[in-house]
Ligand binder design. Structure first.
Ligand code: HDL
Ligand code: ZN
Length: 444
């Protein structure tokens, strides 16, 4: 008997309550590559002419040509049979037909990325059993992009979509400069993504110079001031809610004066430009660590790889910058335990997501349990990383299912010790995990 609930809850009762609370909790998705229609869409639709370089990706052909599935189809039909350049010359629908044939029809679609397409189709009301690309394409072409965003947000119960806005991407930058209101859509927040500043400052500084900022590869005070002015201009233009970077597994902090010059430049930019500016503007800095880019350049976006990173470097940075707030996710499964322990040592670190190659049920389950056992509810279990709008549906549906199992077990464990969690307390915990922890760490 407990004072707050006379009956010890059964696991089944707990699971039913947890699943209901999770389904009802609107999610603030803290990292996606999704865009509103104002950034253009290459997808044929009922609202207007497609924009071939548009950034808003959605619909069956974009789902099927997601770079995760490109990587997987080249395992089944290797480049010796279908050369990469021949694949890239195919139309989007021909690429989708190829992927559908080899990964869905001729082999069971059991990979997480394949299963995700099926979940999306099913939730959108198109039965995967039809196995009919033609009817799904016809349905897609009748949709209006902005209404489709509302539909997908309603199906996934995502209340806010956080974008990734790479300022060094020429297509995206041009769209911001052409129309400062381009992201003026209340469903979306912008994030200033600055990888070249930290990964390749010599080339980044040349770009800044061409854009009218007096920066150079030489790490002079003028270069530092002008790079800061560049970032401040873009924070204001985008109304960015945080700054973000993806770093390679061999990122280290600190590195010796005699270290690799490009890495040294990145360190100076981090210490003298990015983190001071984030603190001045009260903005968190998101570090996504462990991506080794273009290990197979022939695969395009699908050509990046994971590598083991160094958590001690992160703890060195956290200790050196106690006035900054950090969101961190790491790409290697083997880094997850040390990262969770680091979060126990530094309150300015908010661990988030099961990123990219660990965004699979078996690893989401393992990582989420480990984090909850070490951090309670003081972490952000997931971000979707959706590149195609529809993916919000599957990435969150699959995560909610796993989160329900994990929370049920943890609540059942404490119920066995006499602590029954009420539905109101479950709702409070789930709000922290799916929205509140992110919003609180944004504000500080
Ligand atoms: O750097 C990133 O934000 C990564 O998420 C990459 O975009 C990666 O290609 C990806 O889509 N992962 O899910
Ligand atoms: Zn991403």
């Amino acid at each position: 008997m407990t004072e707050n609930n006379p009956q010890v809850q059964t696991r089944q009762q707990i699971h039913a309550a947890v699943a209901s609370v999770l389904a009802a909790q609107p999610i603030v998705d803290m990292h996606t590559h999704v865009y509103p229609p104002t950034f253009g869409t290459p997808v044929a639709n009922a609202a207007g002419a497609p924009d071939p370089t548009g950034l808003m990706l959605w619909g069956i052909d974009e789902m099927l040509t997601y770079h995760y599935l490109v990587a997987e189809v080249f395992r089944v039909v290797p480049a010796t049979k279908l050369p990469h350049e021949q694949f890239w010359k195919m139309s989007k629908s021909a690429q989708a037909d190829h992927i559908w044939k080899h990964l869905f029809v001729e082999r069971s679609p059991v990979s997480e990325a394949c299963r995700g397409v099926l979940t999306c189709l099913s939730k959108l009301g198109m039965s995967p059993a039809d196995r009919s690309l033609a009817s799904w394409r016809a349905w897609t072409a009748k949709q209006r992009p902005s209404d489709y965003i509302d539909k997908v947000m309603q199906l996934s119960n995502v209340s806010r979509i956080t974008m990734t806005n790479p300022v060094f991407d020429d297509n995206e930058r041009a769209r911001w400069l052409r129309d400062p209101q381009v992201a003026n859509d209340p469903r979306f927040s912008a994030v200033l993504r600055i990888d070249p500043i930290l990964r390749d400052f010599p080339n980044a500084s040349a770009k800044l110079a061409s854009w009218g900022y007096q920066a150079s590869p030489e790490l002079s005070q003028r270069t530092i001031d002008e790079t800061k002015r560049f970032l401040a201009d873009w924070i204001d233009r985008q109304k960015a809610i945080y700054l973000a970077v993806s770093l390679p597994p061999d990122w280290r902090y600190p590195i010796a004066e005699t270290g690799d010059p490009a890495a040294r430049a990145g360190q100076v930019m981090l210490e003298k430009v990015v983190l001071p500016l984030c603190q001045e503007r009260n903005l968190p800095f998101a570090m996504m660590i462990g991506s080794r880019l273009k290990v197979n350049p022939n695969l395009g976006d699908a050509g990046d790889m994971v590598g083991l990173s160094d958590v001690q470097s992160l703890t060195n940075l956290l200790r050196a910058f106690p006035g900054n707030r950090f969101f961190v996710t790491m790409l290697a499964r083997e880094n997850q335990h040390e990262l969770a322990v680091a979060a126990r040592k530094f309150g300015n670190l908010m661990v988030f997501g099961c990123w990219w190659f660990v965004n699979n049920p078996s690893l989401i389950n393992e990582i989420t349990r480990m984090r909850m056992e070490l951090l309670g509810t003081s972490f952000i279990p997931q971000h979707s990383d959706a590149r195609v709008l529809d993916q919000l549906i599957y990435k969150w549906d699959h995560t909610r299912t796993i989160l329900a199992e994990v929370l049920t077990d943890k609540y059942a464990d404490i119920a066995a010790a006499g602590w029954n969690v009420t539905p109101e307390e479950m709702q409070r915990d789930v709000r922290h995990l799916l929205a509140g922890n992110f919003e609180a760490h944004l504000k500080g």
